[in-house]
Write a protein of this length. Structure first.
Length: 299
C-alpha cells in the first residue's frame, strides 16, 4: 500500500523502501537526499542506488567491466586507477602504486596519474605519451603499456601484436577459425596480401568462376529480392560487401558490425571479430565485447 506495481516490480513512495515497500524510513526525504549526495553533488555519484539515506554501489557495471566502487556515496571508483590503454590488465596504477579511492599513490621512482612514468625518464609525461601514440588516438594504439616513450604490447608473448606503437595487429588477418588470410595470402601489419587469383579482406574470394551471371545473381539475392541488400556486389554466387563501408558484413551484406559491443571505444575490444552484431572472440578472450582475458598470465 506504499507504492505502485509495474511489471512485477514495486516503485515505492517517498519514505518507503524494500522489495514490497514494506519498510519505512525514520528520516525525512530531505535528510535521505542529503546523506546520499556525493561531494560532486550527485546522488550516490551516479554509481549506486539510494535507499533510506544509504548508498548501494554498483560494483560491476553491465558492460562487463570489473572494478571496485565504494564509499559512503560511491565516490570511490578504483577503475580510475587503470590506464585506458592498459584495459586488459588487472594491474592497477600500472603496477607501480597503490589505488586509494580511485587515485594512485605511486611508489618511489614513479609518477603520473596512473604511475605510468618513471621519474628517471628524461622525457616528460606528455612527451612520453606523444612518442607512444604515433598516428593512433591512444598511446600504444590501445594495445599496450607506455613507459618512458616505449610501448610494451599486450597480450604478453603474443607476437601477432607488434610495431613501435603496437600499431600492427595480425589477428585482424585471421577468421574465426584462426586461418590466416584464408590460406591464400600473407599477413602484413594486420592486412592480407593475397596470392594471384584470390581477393577480399581475408583473401577468401577466388577470381575464377564456373557459373553463369544469372546463376550467380540468383544466389546473391536476399529474401526480399534485393541483390546483396543493396550494399555490395555479386561475384560467383557470393556477395562482396562494399569496402568503403567496412562495417557491412553477412552472406547478403545484411549485417552492420557497428552494432557489436564496444570496450574503450573499440569494437570487440580489438580481441575478436564482429559477426553480424555479435563478437566472436579470439582464443583466450571472453565477454560480450571480448574484454576479459582468460589466460593464465595477466597481461
Amino acid at each position: 500500500g506504499h507504492g505502485k506495481c509495474y511489471c512485477g516490480n514495486c516503485y515505492c513512495e517517498a519514505g518507503w523502501h524494500g522489495d514490497k515497500c514494506e519498510f519505512q524510513c525514520d528520516i525525512t526525504p530531505w535528510e535521505i537526499k542529503k546523506r546520499c549526495t556525493s561531494p560532486d553533488g550527485k546522488i550516490c555519484s551516479n554509481r549506486g542506488t539510494c535507499v533510506c539515506g544509504e548508498c548501494t554501489c554498483h560494483d560491476v557495471d553491465p558492460t562487463g567491466d570489473w572494478g571496485d566502487i565504494h564509499g559512503d556515496t560511491c565516490e570511490c571508483d578504483e577503475r580510475n586507477c587503470k590506464a585506458v590503454y592498459d584495459r586488459y590488465s588487472d594491474d592497477f596504477c600500472s603496477g607501480h602504486g597503490q589505488c586509494n579511492c580511485g587515485r594512485c599513490d605511486c611508489k618511489e621512482g614513479w609518477t603520473g596519474k596512473k604511475c605510468e612514468h618513471p621519474r628517471s625518464c628524461p622525457l616528460s609525461i606528455e612527451e612520453s605519451a606523444k612518442k607512444c601514440q604515433g598516428n593512433s588516438n591512444l598511446p600504444c594504439s590501445g594495445r599496450g603499456r607506455c613507459e618512458c616513450g616505449q610501448c610494451t604490447c599486450f597480450p604478453p608473448g603474443d607476437n601477432r601484436v607488434h610495431g613501435k606503437n603496437c600499431e600492427c595487429d595480425d589477428r585482424q588477418c585471421e577468421n574465426v577459425d584462426g586461418d590466416v588470410c584464408g590460406g591464400h595470402g600473407i599477413c602484413s601489419c594486420g592486412r592480407c596480401i593475397c596470392q594471384d587469383g584470390w581477393f577480399g579482406k581475408l583473401c577468401q574470394h577466388s577470381r575464377k568462376c564456373n557459373m553463369t551471371e544469372e546463376e550467380s545473381r540468383s544466389l546473391c539475392e536476399s529474401a526480399d529480392g534485393i541483390l546483396c541488400s543493396g550494399k555490395g556486389s555479386c561475384h560467383c554466387g557470393k556477395c562482396i560487401c562494399s569496402p568503403q563501408e567496412w562495417y557491412i558484413s553477412g552472406d547478403f551484406c545484411e549485417c552492420d558490425d557497428r552494432d557489436c559491443d564496444k570496450h574503450d571505444g573499440l569494437i570487440c575490444t580489438g580481441n575478436g571479430v564482429c559477426s553480424c552484431g555479435n563478437c566472436e572472440c579470439w582464443e583466450g578472450w571472453n565477454g560480450n565485447a571480448c574484454e576479459i582475458w582468460l589466460g593464465r598470465e595477466n597481461p
